[in-house]
Design a protein around this ligand. Structure first.
Ligand code: ARG
Length: 474
């Protein structure tokens, strides 16, 4: 066959976006070679030479001295060309019973396992930083907002813990994606499977996969594992985006709930007085970047003839972009969480003026057997009276309360303070300080579970590499 016209090279090549698969493809190649040698398909001397060359390349790849130059169609062709250059015809044994179609998905799954692990670790670090700030926020009250209008007082620690649990579900989704992609496609060949008696389970074990893929057409023809992973990353960044937006607002002079240290803010090239939250704005923007990647992945795969078609190659850049965005955003958010200056005084002030405890006036009446709708109406009158008097609900004289309903007694004045309001939300998951303390314990326990997952996964991954290097032909 004539070689491809060099003028179509840039469209054809995936090397600029699959170089990072070098290490993973070398590991997978070693596992493939080992199983071919164990099945007696590759003669022992060739297997030994190939294994030695692959080991050497692996070392060089890890040291950063083996870098695929341009001029290859992809990282897989680069590896084959490098082996051929050093071993000659013996290198020709390695492609036996394997196609780049199963090769690329094997390398990508290994790569994604590593990326997911690193991202989960980064999010856990963010959650740990957040739990530190939660500690100092147990005695701080802040307005909870609905419709961006002051709604009801909550404990600041409770508000922070909301993000903790959101992040916990994000890592949960990343781990779910990991669980599903943790299967070796090797042995699927181009589409039909391989014609050699390789032990697929053995290959999987040597690469640290939990199992093998069930169907060779599916394994080579579908990239939903990439989509699912990036979807999980998108979910994380959508959460970070909302949080960043909130902190941008909180850092305004209008709110003043937090201050940003100079090191995490930027100036204006024109206005000398400005201190801008660019960092948080960029965190906010990453959700858009990653969602773009997710849409790319979906649209590129949509309608593609099944099994493998080259369209699938376009999944590389979106993965790189998504994890780059996520890594930067999580790291930036961790710094902000560690270093933002909380302003409890400003939060306290914001609890005034908006009658945030009006619901507690109604709740007080309900406890005295007044039906809620009627209590709601009477509480509305109390709010009106406080407006007229120009005071807070807990400052309104008891006589004004009594004029509205004889059910009100002196205790109402405590019940409608911000402290009284939060104390009354004494249900699991509520903002009563005692419940928040319990929630902090649960959060710590949940983080422990996450950490153990992480440690286990890392141990398994490293053990597999050791197993592989030990089993490969000598
Ligand atoms: N780089 C390709 C991909 O990511 C793998 C190469 C498969 N090439 C082929 N002509 N079947 O899908």
């Amino acid at each position: 066959m004539e070689p491809p016209d060099p003028r179509i090279g840039t469209l054809l090549t995936s090397l600029p976006v699959d170089r990072h698969l070098l290490r993973w493809d070398l590991l997978a190649s070693l596992a493939h070679l080992t199983s071919l040698a164990e099945a007696g398909v590759v003669p022992a001397p060739a297997a030994a030479d190939l294994a030695q060359a692959l080991r050497r390349m692996l070392g060089e790849a890890e040291a950063g001295t083996l870098v695929p130059g341009d001029g290859f169609e992809d990282v897989h062709s680069f590896i084959e060309a490098t082996l051929t250059a050093s071993l000659g015809p013996a290198a020709g044994w390695l492609p036996t019973g394997r196609s780049r179609n199963d090769q690329v998905v094997t390398a990508m799954r290994l790569d994604l396992k590593d990326r997911i692990t690193c991202l989960v670790e980064a999010v856990i670090t963010l959650q740990e930083a957040l739990l530190e700030r939660v500690r100092e926020a147990v005695d701080v009250l802040v307005p909870g907002y609905t419709h961006l209008q002051r709604a009801q007082p909550v404990v600041l620690a409770h508000h922070f813990l909301a993000y903790f649990w959101m992040l916990g579900r994000d890592t949960g989704r990343l781990r779910d994606a990991y669980l599903r992609l943790d299967a070796s496609p090797l042995g699927s060949g181009a589409i039909a499977g391989t014609g050699y008696p390789v032990d697929r389970a053995r290959q999987a074990d040597l690469m640290g996969f939990a199992g093998i893929s069930e169907n060779s057409v599916d394994a080579t023809g579908d990239r939903d594992f990439v989509f699912e992973t990036v979807a999980a990353v998108t979910g994380l960044l959508v959460h970070l985006s909302r949080w960043a937006e909130e902190l941008v607002l909180w850092a305004t002079r209008e709110f003043g709930f937090i201050g940003l240290p100079d090191a995490l803010a930027t100036g204006s090239s024109l206005m000398p007085q400005k201190k801008n939250p660019d960092l948080l704005e960029l965190v906010r923007a990453q959700a858009g970047v990653v969602l773009g990647s997710l849409v790319t992945l979906a649209v590129v795969q949509k309608g593609v003839a099944f099994g493998y078609s080259r369209d699938l190659q376009e999944d590389k850049a979106p993965v790189l972009a998504a994890f780059r965005s996520a890594g930067m955003a999580v790291a930036a958010m961790t710094l902000v969480v560690e270093r933002m200056v909380i302003q409890p005084g400003r939060m306290r002030e914001a609890l005034r003026g908006g009658h945030l405890t009006a619901t507690d006036v109604a709740d007080y009446l309900v406890r005295r057997q007044v039906p809620f709708r009627e209590a709601h109406r009477l509480a509305g009158q109390v709010v009106l009276a406080a407006e007229v008097a120009g005071c807070e609900l807990w400052e309104l004289p008891l006589e004004d309360y009594s004029r509205i309903s004889p059910e009100f007694e002196i205790g109402v004045l405590d019940a409608v303070t911000p402290e009284g309001a939060v104390a009354s939300k004494d249900v699991p998951g509520g903002t009563a300080p005692a419940r928040v303390s319990q929630a902090m314990e649960s959060a710590r326990a949940a983080l422990g579970v996450q950490r153990s997952w992480l440690i286990q996964v890392r141990v398994d991954q490293q053990a597999a590499v050791a197993r592989l290097l030990g089993a490969a032909p000598e």
